[in-house]
Design a binder for this molecule. Structure first.
Ligand code: DGY
Length: 322
């Protein structure tokens, strides 16, 4: 029987794969564990199931050295886990790819449509009792149908977003670092940003993509363009984005993720033509359950000697292809 730390409350049924093990945590009120608590707890467990809001850094992993064998984050993004440290310490890392693609793609379209059609500002006017009635010249958004969608990153979620485009008669372009040899591939990111009416980001977070979309690139999307981000907040320079919205240098933005969650830059909060969601990209009941089950199953598999399909780093230090 292994001892497993589950840092936060999981949906009903998600702990079933861990039956027979000694599961510890979360706090009774489901409040986040502090870094000190995580570090202390890591020293006494064989596995950790965490959320993307838990920082599993070198200190936490080092505390677990010798006993801790696997960390599974209930998220497809794993920038909350120091995978380099895990690899060096021989600790496996698993994530939850695949099960949230469709739900997150729905969210990207929700944001694209709401942002392009200025739904947020229009609703705000109505709710505040200021709607003067139907107006030929008010709340004039940009058409989504017939537009060009530029996908930055073309993994599972990017492809799920692309599949939905046909119904809107939207042309899809995509950019990745490596040529996909598929229709719509654009080798230069800057070119894609100039060509697209709507840009949707689907790259992982972390140092390699930090501020990939900076002030210069926001200007390439331009005053008629819409930026959608359901990936990680760190991919966009949030202050530059807020400035561009305030100055009218970007038409609109639809965001689900932020640089310093849950803090939102005040200039972004006050920016016009911005649809701001609280990181709910994968938040359907079915998908969140599937994510949690995938993470706990990965731990259960790993502890019984089976190789989980969703390994990011194997215990021998091998990178998974997922
Ligand atoms: C993830 O799994 O990384 C997503 O951001 C959750 O919505």
């Amino acid at each position: 029987m292994a001892r497993i730390l589950v840092t936060r409350r999981l949906p009903a049924g998600a702990l079933d794969p861990l039956a027979g093990h000694d599961v510890t945590g979360p706090h009774p009120d489901d409040s986040p564990m502090s870094h000190a608590e995580l570090t202390t707890a890591a020293a006494g467990v064989d596995a950790i199931v965490c959320l993307l809001t838990d920082t599993i850094d070198r200190a936490v992993l080092t505390a677990g050295e010798g006993r801790l064998r696997v960390v599974a984050t209930v998220s497809v993004g794993y920038d909350n886990v120091d995978v380099e440290a895990a690899r060096k310490l021989g600790i496996a890392v698993a994530n939850t790819p695949g099960v949230l693609d469709e739900t997150t793609a729905d969210t990207a379209w929700l944001l694209a449509l709401a942002a392009a059609r200025l739904a947020q500002d229009a609703e705000k006017e109505l709710r505040s009792g200021l709607w003067p009635g139907w107006d030929l010249n008010a709340h004039l958004g940009r058409d989504v149908h017939g537009s060009t969608l530029g996908l930055v990153g073309f993994g599972r979620i990017g492809r799920a977003v692309a599949r939905r485009a046909a119904g809107f008669d939207v042309r899809v372009l995509h950019h990745t670092r490596h040529d996909t040899h598929e229709a719509g591939y654009v080798a230069e990111l800057d070119t894609l940003l100039e060509m697209a009416d709507i840009v949707s980001l689907h790259v992982p977070g972390g140092p390699a993509t930090h501020h990939l979309v900076d002030a210069r690139r926001i200007d390439l999307i331009g005053a008629t363009g819409v930026l959608v981000n359901t990936s990680r907040g760190s991919v966009v320079d949030e202050v530059a984005l807020a400035d561009a919205l305030h100055d009218g240098r970007l038409f609109a933005a639809g965001l689900d993720v932020y640089e310093r969650e849950p803090a939102i830059h005040p200039r972004l909060l006050s920016a016009p033509r911005a649809v701001l969601l609280p990181h709910i990209g994968s938040a359907s009941r079915a998908t969140r359950l599937a994510m949690a089950q995938l993470a706990t199953s990965a731990v259960a598999d790993f502890l019984t000697g089976r190789v989980p399909a969703s390994l990011v780093v194997g215990s021998a230090g091998a990178e998974s292809p997922t």
